[in-house]
Design a protein around this ligand. Structure first.
Ligand SMILES: [Fe+2]
Length: 183
């Protein structure tokens, strides 16, 4: 499947489903198929990034959803972050990445307390959903290997602002606002 076909398919499904969870279920098989047979040239791996990994938007800026490719160098990682209550999904296009979800257990002033779930390994075409709600939308991602990995991220509404979570000495996390950037 090529990128334009996937984008057209998601656009068509988005016009049909108003419920984001139903929409995500409807497009998940297409994400998995694209991951297994895609047309992105991941052999040309970008090495310069504004952040800890390379993020490229595959959809046009005025599209009302976002499809994003992220390129992960050996042993690179994203800190714990949320998705501003946006529904979406992530899968691997090349290599494998580890994902750990974190549930909100409490908060005190500007400090939050998080509980990690089991770490999952995402292989090519394995789709991990991102849902709104305190248990399901914070995660971190890591490429634990010595080779590059590439992941595909779908946000069903554009993600603009989100928060990263930085551990403090008391076992909690400070949340820091971030604006989604692209390389
Ligand atoms: Fe994420």
């Amino acid at each position: 499947m090529n990128r334009e076909t996937l984008i057209r398919y998601i656009r068509g499904r988005k016009a049909f489903y108003s419920d984001p969870t139903q929409l995500l279920h409807a497009v998940t098989p297409a994400l998995a198929r694209f991951a297994q047979h895609h047309d992105l040239d991941t052999a040309i791996l970008p090495t310069i990034s504004k952040g800890l990994y390379v993020r490229q938007r595959l959809t046009a800026p005025d599209e009302d959803f976002q499809l994003i490719a992220a390129f992960w160098g050996p042993q690179s990682a994203a800190p714990i972050h949320d998705h501003d209550e946006v529904t979406g999904a992530v899968t691997a296009l090349q290599g494998t990445v580890s994902e750990t979800k974190f549930a909100l257990k409490g908060s005190e002033k500007n400090i939050v307390f998080l509980e990690a779930s089991e770490t999952e390994t995402l292989g090519i075409g394995q789709v991990s959903p991102i849902y709104p709600g305190e248990a399901l939308q914070r995660h971190d991602m890591r490429n634990n290997s010595e080779t590059w990995a590439v992941t595909l991220h779908l946000y069903l509404t554009p993600l603009v602002q989100f928060r990263i979570y930085v551990p403090n000495e008391e076992g909690g996390y400070s949340s820091l606002p971030r604006t989604l950037w692209f390389d």
